[in-house]
Design a protein around this ligand. Structure first.
Ligand SMILES: Cc1ncc(COP(=O)(O)O)c(C=O)c1O
Length: 380
């Protein structure tokens, strides 16, 4: 007999709710841009860049088309391409690795610390000391601050500095996270943020932003994002088209003003989930001491994931898996990507067990309670 599945009453993500929460000011901002007659790289993008740089504590911010381009443009701006290797992780959105290959560089994928799901700095040290044979020199390292939690950035910076490799922070999932009393994304040479609709700071379409204190790098990237122009119609560099449009910039400026409050709400929800987990035998997500977690995702570890997902589904609660397949195991990458000496074993275990619960600031108290009830029921 087919048991009907109840409708999902708590989706795992709900970008429409983020729009509805700020509908008035967003609609006003969009109408302003539409009426202005100026749609690409104008006043709205400049205003968002300035506001974002101030909020981030960076000297410069450059709006681009998406987070993947943000990573690729930083690599291009640093002159990293064919003949260079870039160390990053396999437990990430495929975009991180795609950006490395977009610029013609060679990725080497390292394993994660299984508690925080972020780059293992000891393995980074090992490959920088003793690079795998045949690999071009490792010129850059991209730690991913995954799920909202900073990677072990201080150890990564120290190791990379010893070997002359640049550190580029993948901040797609950590807008507002702090580490060592600084914003994540201000410690490396530059940081790449995705502004995809479900991110902690999300556009209502695609968007990305780069933050850096390095003025020469910022100038180079600002040229590269628009055909290499420093002066209109004169390509100093062989650039690309990766611009943040005026409508998205205006929407993002509205949402940026609410980002700290939104992150605070995520933290409250995470605490309630933590409390509900007591007695279930499932550990709450680890918090790195000295850092703040902005809970882009609230991720549990469940060896019996399919059954746990089914129990949530039966109660109308959506879950998701970030990410079910490590990058090195994906059909497009399988068998051709260099791995570190740990062979990404912790990554493969994580991919089989991670489970993301509903997490976004617009979750109502009643929805949070419904998720908590479902969590507590796992104990029985
Ligand atoms: C860790 C990580 N890096 C990079 C990206 C790429 O961002 P985008 O989808 O905006 O290109 C994403 C988002 O999908 C991400 O989660």
């Amino acid at each position: 007999m087919n048991v009907p599945t109840p409708p999902v009453t708590v989706p795992q993500a709900d970008p429409g709710a983020a729009y509805r929460a700020l509908k008035g000011p967003i609609d006003t901002a969009v109408a302003r841009v539409l009426e202005s007659g100026w749609y690409i790289l104008g006043r709205e993008c400049a205003a968002f860049e300035e506001a974002f740089a101030r909020w981030q504590g960076a000297a410069r911010a450059i709006g681009v088309a998406n987070g993947t381009d943000a990573l690729a443009l930083i690599l291009r701006g640093l002159g990293i391409g064919p003949g260079a290797a870039v160390a990053t992780v396999s437990h990430t959105a495929v975009a991180t690795v795609a950006a490395v290959e977009m610029v013609g560089a060679t990725p080497i994928l390292l394993d994660i610390d299984p508690a925080t799901y972020t780059m293992d700095p000891a393995e980074l040290d090992a490959v920088l000391r003793d690079p795998p044979g045949g690999l071009p020199p490792i010129r850059a390292v991209i730690p991913v601050h995954l799920y909202g939690q900073p990677a072990a950035i201080e150890a990564i910076l120290a190791t990379a500095a010893r070997h002359g490799a640049a550190v580029i922070e993948d901040c797609a999932q950590c807008h507002g996270a702090m580490v060592a009393n600084r914003k994540a994304g201000t410690l490396g040479i530059a940081a790449a943020f995705s502004l995809y609709p479900t991110k902690n700071l999300g556009a209502l379409g695609d968007g990305g932003v780069i933050a850096t204190d390095d003025a020469a790098l910022a100038d180079g990237i600002a040229a590269l994002r628009q055909y290499g122009w420093r002066e209109r119609y004169v390509s100093d560099l062989a650039g690309v088209n990766s611009r943040l449009d005026e409508v998205q910039a205006a929407i993002l400026a509205v949402k940026l003003a609410h980002l700290d409050a939104a992150n605070a709400r995520r933290a409250v929800i995470a605490d309630r989930y933590d409390a509900a987990l007591a007695g279930t035998g499932i550990a709450p997500p680890a918090r790195r001491p000295g850092a703040t977690h902005v809970f882009h995702q609230y991720v549990l570890r469940c060896p019996d994931r399919a059954s746990v997902q089914a129990q949530f589904r039966a109660r109308g609660i959506g879950t998701n898996v970030h990410y079910p397949m490590p990058v090195h195991a994906q059909p497009a990458y399988r068998g051709r990507i260099t791995l570190g000496p740990a062979a990404c074993r912790a990554t493969e275990r994580a991919a089989a067990e991670v489970l993301s619960l509903p997490m976004y600031p617009e979750l109502t108290d009643a929805q949070v309670e419904a998720v908590c009830t479902a969590i507590r029921a796992l104990a029985g």
